[in-house]
Design a protein around this ligand. Structure first.
Ligand code: PLP
Length: 444
């Protein structure tokens, strides 16, 4: 994983290669033969790898950990539920409505909802429901957004291979092979915060747009955020064209505010997707919104089909109940925000010390770092930031015991347990990581 010898991790990867493609269970976990991480234990804000190196973790499993790893307040409720009731029965339980009520308490735009097991499933359910309700086909997505790994959402604006000096839009490319060309037939892609592009797409195909799907703060693109005006324009244009507005809050939900992104903007979606923070690391998700839209879910040829063997299982829902109760009744999110602010302050000091122009983007609970003179307004702008210096800096941090995704498109995730970290150590570590990064950068 790091420059330190990692004999145990190397051994585990070698064995895993004989069982799984790339030796990993998710391709994004493969960081190369000498850098792929195998975790031995987690607690609070710390992970320990199989070679006993400890890291303060700002990756937090791509965002689900909001309280801290192995939070006993959540784990004990899960253990109680599965030992007293069981894991699944293929029937309903009391927990279904208990968790739904908690979500509705925190998110006033949710009138009815359904559960799912992952963010991908929640998005799929929301999109299908929107199509069923409107009887339309097209889905508008935003460049740089990510909505999970199912065919239709596996088309990305290929900014990596795009020439920033051209006026042409980046190519919309598949995430790989195996994705049928036909799966993008109903997809329309627009840049964030670009009203002209939004109007153009609605003028062209507005009559067939079922929904706009957006991460208003792009948790997969350095926390670049929609402006208030843009979100209002999305709301207005959806209403005018009788299309639905779907906010994908898989990363922001129950993290950036108790009521997610929509509480921050004060503008509400027709349908919303949730996952990650709602279970503090247990696999649980949901989608929901207006009652008349959600009630399209029903049997028969006029109903939208939704379900699944593991939907609303006891592990997922007991974890969600415990996590959401804590988020509702305690100051956990205020602590997360305070932690995020303190960490940005220390990092800002380090960047300024070296005279590096930098901007933080997004909320304190999930902030992006961009090396450059302005906050990117969309994915194309991100290309103008010095992401190579960032990656250099990130790998040096990892070497020194600070875990994060070495790509500036992935934000820093903050949890309640970060309140216990040593900020002086963080600052000193970041200082030496940046010193090394600058030297390597210069040498290139
Ligand atoms: C905004 C957003 N939507 C959907 C997903 C897919 O979620 P999952 O990985 O749980 O399927 C992700 C995953 O990172 C996400 O960030």
């Amino acid at each position: 994983m790091t420059d330190q010898a990692k004999p145990q991790s190397a051994k585990l990867l070698k064995t895993a290669h004989t069982h799984m493609p790339m030796g990993v269970a998710d391709s994004y976990r493969y960081w190369g033969e000498d850098k792929t991480v195998f975790v031995k234990s987690t607690k609070g804000a710390t992970i320990t790898d199989c070679d006993d190196q400890e890291f303060i973790d700002f990756r937090l499993a791509y965002g689900p950990i909001i309280l801290g790893y192995r939070d006993s307040r959540v784990d004990e409720e899960v253990i109680k539920a599965i030992t007293q009731v069981g894991t699944i029965s293929g029937f309903s339980t009391e927990l279904d409505s208990e968790v739904a009520t908690l979500i509705k308490d925190l998110c006033p735009q949710i009138e009815k909802l359904r559960f799912a097991n992952s963010g991908t499933e929640a998005v799929l359910g929301a999109v299908r429901t929107a199509r069923g309700f409107t009887g339309r086909n097209k889905i508008v997505v935003v460049e740089g957004g990510f909505h999970g790994l199912y065919d239709e959402m596996m088309w990305k604006s290929d900014v990596d291979n795009w020439d920033a000096n051209t006026q042409a839009a980046p190519e919309v490319a598949a995430f790989g092979i195996g994705i049928p060309e036909s799966s993008k037939e109903h997809l329309e892609t627009v840049p964030l915060n670009d009203l002209e592009a939004l109007n153009e797409v609605f003028e062209r195909v507005g009559h067939d747009i079922a929904a706009i799907v957006i991460e208003p703060i792009m948790g997969n693109c350095g926390s670049i955020a929609a402006t208030q005006d843009y979100i209002q324009a999305l709301r207005d244009i959806s209403d005018k064209n009788e299309s639905l507005l779907i906010m994908d809050e898989v990363k922001t939900g129950f993290r950036v505010a108790k009521g997610g992104v929509q509480e921050l903007y004060g503008i509400y979606a027709d349908l919303t997707t949730y996952a990650k923070a709602m279970g503090n690391g247990y696999p649980v998700a949901a989608f929901g919104g207006k009652k008349d839209i959600m009630d399209k879910i029903n049997f028969g040829k006029n109903g939208v089909t939704h379900g699944g063997t593991y939907t609303a299982n006891m592990i997922a829902l007991s974890a969600a109940k415990a996590t959401l109760t804590l988020l509702r009744d305690t100051d956990a999110l205020a602590t997360v925000d305070a932690n995020g602010r303190a960490i940005q302050e220390r990092l800002g000091k380090v960047f300024s010390h070296f005279g590096i122009e930098h901007r933080f983007a997004g909320p304190d609970a999930m902030f992006g770092i961009h090396f450059g003179s302005f906050v990117p307004q969309n994915y194309r702008d991100w290309k103008q930031t010095d992401s190579e210096l960032y990656t250099e800096f990130a790998f040096n941090l990892i070497n020194k015991g600070i875990m994060l995704e070495p790509d500036s498109r992935e934000p820093w995730f903050i949890c309640e347990a970060h309140q216990n970290i040593d900020l002086d150590w963080l600052e000193a570590t970041a200082m030496s990581a940046m010193q090394d990064a600058i030297e390597t950068h210069k040498a290139k």
